[in-house]
Design a protein around this ligand. Structure first.
Ligand SMILES: [Zn+2]
Length: 94
C-alpha cells in the first residue's frame, strides 16, 4: 500500500461512509446538509463515481428484476452531480 498522494483527507473510510448513506439519500431520509456533503464528495471522488456507475450498470443489466429502490428523481439528481447522464437508462415513454 502506498501512502495517499492527495493533500486533503480522502480515504476509503470516507468513501464507505458516503456510500453507506446512499440508500438513505435515495430514501430522502438524509439531512440536506449530508445530502450536499455526499453530492460534493461524489462529484470529486472517482472511486465513488465508479461504484455508483457500476451500480447503475448492474441495475440496467438486471432491470427486469426489481432493483433496490432508488427513485428516478434521486437518480437523476445524483447522475447530474456525477456527470453520469450518459449512463442514465432511457425513460419509458420517450
Ligand atoms: Zn469517495
Amino acid at each position: 500500500m502506498s501512502a495517499s498522494h492527495h493533500p486533503h483527507q480522502h480515504d476509503q473510510d470516507a468513501c464507505r461512509r458516503y456510500l453507506s448513506s446512499l440508500s438513505e439519500y435515495a430514501d430522502g431520509t438524509l439531512s440536506d446538509e449530508l445530502c450536499q456533503e455526499l453530492e460534493a464528495h461524489m462529484a470529486t471522488c472517482e472511486n465513488c463515481r465508479i461504484v455508483v456507475n457500476t451500480f447503475n450498470k448492474t441495475v440496467s443489466l438486471y432491470h427486469q428484476i426489481p432493483a433496490p429502490e432508488m427513485p428516478s428523481a434521486v437518480k437523476e439528481r445524483l447522475y447530474k452531480v456525477l456527470h453520469l447522464e450518459a449512463y442514465s437508462p432511457a425513460k419509458p415513454g420517450q
